[in-house]
Design a protein around this ligand. Structure first.
Ligand SMILES: [Zn+2]
Length: 215
């Protein structure tokens, strides 16, 4: 082999490799929000320990979420709801005492929603416009009652890991990550899911790794 050939063959090989190999960075870190957005919602709170724990995690990651609180628990733990609001999260109305609204008469429905609006406004200074019916149980009468008290936007969900049943945190994570699609609304519980605070950092890691942003 000539001196020239000994030098050029490996050089051309190295050049080709550099052209063919994908940049390592593209594999390690997907573009932020490349997969779209996912909305995280927490129901049935506030809870004395779980809600602050969840708020700490969200603050550490710079993530915003929505909390569908009950009036009853807001009245019992106003400082926790004040913190939720102060940290930039959205607060929605989840009725006063979490009944199945479709079983109530119109006056009872209205009272459940109006009292909750009032206590949220007293505590945070803001009246909610979003609401979520307990158990997702709704009909035309329920929705008319919500309109009457200024609740413009009913928010249900598309991913339900059933975290309230105290599943292991890893199961909650897996169900969320397997269920999400761009635009998903994830139903979680700060009020009743014992393992939800432990699942949340893993859920956020998995969503970020898959290229989702949360809102
Ligand atoms: Zn609920």
């Amino acid at each position: 082999m000539s001196a020239l050939k000994r030098w050029t063959v490996p050089a051309i090989g190295a050049l080709l490799l550099a052209l063919i190999a994908p940049p390592a960075q593209a594999v390690a870190a997907p573009q932020p929000c490349a997969a779209g957005h996912v909305r995280l919602t927490f129901d049935d709170g506030p809870h004395r320990t779980a809600t602050p724990d969840i708020l700490d995690t969200l603050a550490n990651r710079g993530v915003e979420a929505t909390f569908f609180v009950t009036g009853e628990m807001t009245a019992a733990l106003p400082d926790v709801v004040r913190r939720v609001s102060a940290e930039g999260h959205r607060i929605g109305n989840h009725t006063w005492s979490h009944p199945e609204l479709t079983t109530l008469d119109r006056a009872q429905m209205t009272a459940q929603l109006r009292r909750t609006n009032e206590v949220i406004e007293q505590v945070t200074g803001n009246t909610p416009s979003e609401w979520r019916p307990p158990y997702g149980a709704t009909n035309g009468l329920v929705e008319a009652a919500a309109q009457d008290v200024g609740l413009k936007s009913m928010v249900l969900w598309t991913v339900d890991p059933r975290d309230w049943a105290d599943l292991p945190a890893t199961t909650i994570r897996d169900r969320v990550l397997q269920g999400v699609r761009p635009g998903s609304i994830v139903l979680l519980h700060d009020g009743t899911g014992q393992n939800t605070p432990a699942a949340l950092p893993m859920i956020l890691d998995g969503l970020a790794a898959a290229g989702y942003c949360t809102q």
